[in-house]
Ligand binder design. Structure first.
Ligand code: SAH
Length: 276
């Protein structure tokens, strides 16, 4: 097989350790009938092991040259389709996924969060996601209220899924070795979001607004970022038994849910619609 020089811009850190490949597969709990979407297949070390174990694989890879290599390596298997595309630009419906698709990826770290958010927002056919992420991102995703790593990402992930840190991974399993430590995380997508909110858009706006100035008291960060009167925010907080002095990082997902429902109400009263 030809060797191609890894391209930094595309976050190419290839796996070179069969044990970690086996571990990823074990964490994904693959079975004969499974349908898998792999993101960032690279040279196909992981892809080939997946292809041998499941019914069908769609492998998305941005790099044209790697796609040529992948087609050579995997040509003997009939249950894999290689799609050359930027995963972030792809319309998931064009991939013709089937319900309960399992997503797997050793993906570039600088786009981990947008990739996961895209999958969660468009999760209709997705049952689980197993991805390699930077250790700090794994810590943010799995953080609970009150911890210093708790933030918008922790809440977004918990809203849509059960998330667990499956394994910390040594840098030595990659070529070239990345500068940061890595972890494998697993997300089991919930059938319905964990809390029921009136308006999902406003729920996320509320969470983002609260954390936009995470050191400030909630009453200030919310009124400032949502451009709403401080007194009104104070009343909403009071109605929800949330002290205006609390900071965003102390609020649970459930508390954010209730708070955003009241905020949705005043916003629709004010504008007769969303906040754009
Ligand atoms: N999964 C392989 C490759 C890991 S490197 C392995 O474990 O060895 C990350 C891979 O993601 C690279 O092959 C890179 O070209 C690809 N990639 C980077 N950005 C991408 C994007 N936006 N869409 C799809 N693939 C991408």
């Amino acid at each position: 097989m030809k060797k191609l020089r890894p391209i930094k811009r595309w976050g190419q850190n290839f796996l070179i350790d069969k044990n970690i490949v086996a571990k990823i597969i074990e964490i994904a709990e693959l079975g004969r009938e499974d349908f898998v979407l792999e993101i960032g297949s690279g040279r196909g070390i992981l892809t080939e092991e997946i292809v041998k174990r499941v019914k069908r694989v769609i492998a998305v890879e941005i790099d044209k040259k790697l796609c040529v290599l992948l087609k050579e390596r995997l040509g003997k298997y009939k249950n894999v389709k290689i799609v050359q595309a930027d995963f972030l630009k792809i319309d998931l419906s064009s991939l013709n996924l089937i319900p309960h698709t399992k997503v797997i990826g050793n993906i570039p770290y600088y786009i981990t969060t947008p990739i996961i958010m895209k999958l969660l927002q468009d999760r209709k056919d997705i049952s689980s996601i197993v991805v390699m992420v930077q250790k700090e991102v794994a810590e943010r995703m799995t953080a609970s209220a009150g911890s210093k790593n708790y933030g918008v990402l922790s809440i977004a992930v918990r809203y849509f899924a059960d998330v667990s840190l499956a394994k910390n991974v040594s840098r030595k399993v990659f070529f070239p070795e990345p500068k940061v430590s890595s972890s494998i995380i697993k997300l089991n997508v919930l059938r319905r979001p964990r809390v029921k909110v009136k308006d999902e858009n406003i729920f996320f706006k509320t969470v983002k607004a609260a954390f936009a100035q995470r050191r400030k008291m909630l009453v200030n960060s919310l009124s400032h970022s949502l451009n709403l009167d401080k007194k009104l925010i104070g009343q909403i907080l009071e109605k929800n038994n949330v002290s205006p002095k609390r900071r965003a990082e102390t609020l649970t997902l459930e508390e954010f849910g209730k708070l955003s429902d009241h905020i949705s109400e005043v916003i629709s009263l004010k504008t007769g619609g969303g906040i754009g």
